[in-house]
Design a protein around this ligand. Structure first.
Ligand SMILES: C[S@@+](CC[C@H](N)C(=O)[O-])C[C@H]1O[C@@H](n2cnc3c(N)ncnc32)[C@H](O)[C@@H]1O
Length: 197
């Protein structure tokens, strides 16, 4: 199982935003694109992928919305469809207590859970950083978790925690790319490793 974790520091944790203004809700548009590039390939969904959107913005942080590729139904790979699913999840999650979770629709679960907790739940953990070890030719296990920053990046204190819990940094190349492009490259790299074995 591959788990992609988006650390969305300013993304709203309450559903009081309009679907046509998701960029004003702490850049939830990035989260939508991230889900699409993690889960979808042409004409299919990657069943071995889980996406965790960890939102820490106002007004009820933390919230983690998880999408399970093996279970999702009724979602389309469009920003509008994913934005609606996120809004539904934030609505369903308003009254959750810490560590409680709730299924919102097939394969979509909302939890009152922090990014730190999601990171600690991973077996093989990596975080994406321009100056990390190049991914090319690396032997990354298929069962791994990947932490990716949003437009703000991964904060220094999160990076310290990642190092403390044994996460390794990996680089996808010398240029800073969009958060939503990272899962496509990682998925492709792991696809190549799998077909070489
Ligand atoms: C748009 S970038 C963050 C920009 C932010 N202003 C910064 O300086 O960190 C979003 C995230 O994608 C990942 N990322 C971007 N380019 C990368 C690269 N070349 N190698 C590895 N990770 C990368 C990092 O996790 C980064 O936090």
């Amino acid at each position: 199982m591959k788990e992609f974790i988006l650390d969305a520091l300013k993304a709203k944790t309450t559903p009081d935003f309009k679907l046509e203004h998701i960029f004003k809700a702490g850049k939830i548009d990035i989260a939508c694109q991230f889900v699409i590039s993690s889960l979808w390939i042409a004409k299919d969904v990657r069943r071995d992928v889980i996406v965790h959107l960890c939102f820490s913005g106002p007004s009820l942080p933390p919230k983690t919305i998880s999408f399970y590729g093996k279970d999702i139904q009724g979602l389309l790979p469009t920003e509008q469809s994913i934005a609606q699913a996120i809004k539904n999840a934030l609505t369903a999650g308003i009254k959750l207590n810490l560590e409680e979770e709730k299924q919102v629709s097939p394969g979509v679960i909302v939890a009152k859970r922090s990014v730190e907790k999601v990171m600690r739940n991973q077996k093989n953990l990596f975080y994406l950083h321009q100056n990390g070890t190049p991914i090319d030719g690396s032997k990354i296990p298929q069962n791994s978790g990947f932490v990716i920053g949003d437009y703000i990046g991964v904060p220094k204190n999160t990076e310290k925690l990642l190092k403390r819990i044994g996460a390794k940094s990996i680089s996808l190349g010398p240029k800073m790319i969009f958060a939503a492009h990272c899962p496509t490259i990682i998925n492709n790299e792991l696809d190549k490793n799998e077909s070489n074995n």
